[in-house]
Ligand binder design. Sequence first.
Ligand code: SF4
Ligand code: SF4
Length: 372
Amino acid sequence: MKVTLCLTHRCNLACSYCYAPEKPDGMTLKTAEKALALALSQVEKDEEIQIHFQGGEPLLCFPLIQDIVGLTHHLKASRFAFQLTTNGTLLSQEMLDFFAEEDIALRISFDGPARIHNRNRFYPSGIGSYALVLANLRRAISQVNVTVDSVFGPETLSALPETLEALENEGVNNICFHLNYIGNWPIEAEHWFEPVYRQIANRYIKAYREGRELEINLIDHKITLMLKGGYPCGDPCMKAWAVAPDGKIYPCDQLIERGTALCLGNVWTGMKVEPHVLRLHQIGCANERCGTCSLNHYCKNQIPCANYLMMGDVEVMSPIFCASEKAAIHAAQHVFSTLFQENNQTFINHLAHHLEFETDNLDELKSEECMV
Ligand code: SF4
Ligand code: SF4
C-alpha cells in the first residue's frame, strides 16, 4: 500500500506548472498518526506500507517528518518504507544525515539543463532555482538514494534526450519523466512522442551496452508491466491514496482539493462507501477505441489524475496521454527485444534484481507477442 502525506501546501518556489492549492496550511502530527492507523487497518500482516512525504514543499515541515518517522518506530505491526519529494532547494546536511540514517529515499525535482529547468522552476521573484538544486543534487547523490523527477511540457518534450544526457553525466541513474498534465498541448503534439521516446530508448540501450545500469520510468514501468502481464485488475492506482494537510483523503496528491466528488473520506472517520467514491477505486476507461487496442493492458488509460486534469473526467483519456503511452510501450518493446536478443547481462541482472523478476521465465516471455 502507498500513502502520500501532503504535509503542507506552502512552498518557497512558484513553478509555472504547480498544481498545489494556495493555502497556508500544514498537517499536524495527530492527523499523520490517524493516517498511519488507517493504513495499518487496511493492510495484511507484514505487508509493506510506503509513506510518501509530499507538499507543497515538505522540507518546510522537517521537524514533523522527524516526528512521523519516529512514530513508526513504535508501530512494529507492519514494515514502513519512506520516500520524500522535494524541490531540492532547502536540503541541509542535517536533513541528509537523517534521510541516510532512516533509509528515506529522496525524489528531487530537476528538469534538466539551466535553460530548461529555469523556464518553469523559479522563485516568486522569477529567479530560476537551477544552480542551487544542482549543487544539492550533487551532494545528495553521494549520500542517499536519489531519484530525479523531471517534468516536461510541449515546449520541452523535444529536449528530453538532452536532459537525460545531462542527468547521466551527473551520475543520476534513476530518472522519472513526467508529462505536464496541465500544459497547453496542441493536438499535433500527438505525433511528437514516438521519435523522442525512441531516442530515450536508444540512450537506455547505450548505457546497458556500456555495462551501466539505468532506470527510466518510461521504459522500466512498461517492461515490468509486460513481464507481469499488465496492470492487475486494470487499476494502476489500487491500494494508494493521499492525505491532505487537513486529513481529507483523495485518490492521489494531484487530486487534492479538486472538489468533494473526488474526496474519499478523511482520516478521522475513514473511507466513505457512497457509490461515487467506490467508483473512484474501481475506475474504468470510457474511451471506445481503448476496448480494442492491443496495448490496453500496459496503458495507464485508467489513471484518474491524468484523465481528470487533462480532460476533466476521471474516465476519459486524453489523446495526448494516449500518444505518450503508445510511444512509451513501443520504446520499452524496442529496449527489451534489443537487449534481450543481445543477451545483455547487465540488463538481465537489472530485470532480476531491480525489477524483481525471475529470469528463468524470460525465454518463455520472449516469444510472447507483446515483447518482440
Ligand atoms: S516545487 Fe512543487 S509545490 Fe513548489 S511551486 Fe514547484 S511544483 Fe509547486
Ligand atoms: S494506447 Fe491509447 S487507445 Fe490504446 S489503450 Fe492506451 S489510451 Fe487507449
